[in-house]
Design a protein around this ligand. Sequence first.
Ligand SMILES: [Zn+2]
Length: 115
Amino acid sequence: MTIEATGYCPCGQCCGWERSWIPPFRPIFSSGSLKGKAKKVGITASGTKARKGTVAADARFYPFGTVMYVPGYGYGRVEDRGGAIQGPVRLDLFFETHQQALQWGRKNVRIKVWH
Ligand SMILES: [Zn+2]
């Protein structure tokens, strides 16, 4: 199926989080609809560490652990979700650097999903 995939990295620009520098936890806080909620940097909603291959999707359609192949990106595993990622045709692909995320930008790709 064809989906719209956007790139993201752990930076505040991509995630909309505002970093708070209060030690020792250094949580970051959402500036959007989840304002005030802390989120650990680089940790996904399913508790794993975000890395290349981490995919954020709507868990109602793609449960955590779903494996998919995204042309141009490679194999990915659903381990995260995002407020803007709603419905079966939206994905967010994790990149380690902001540069790579920008380079990917937004693409319509035909993915293969293993349920
Ligand atoms: Zn970024």
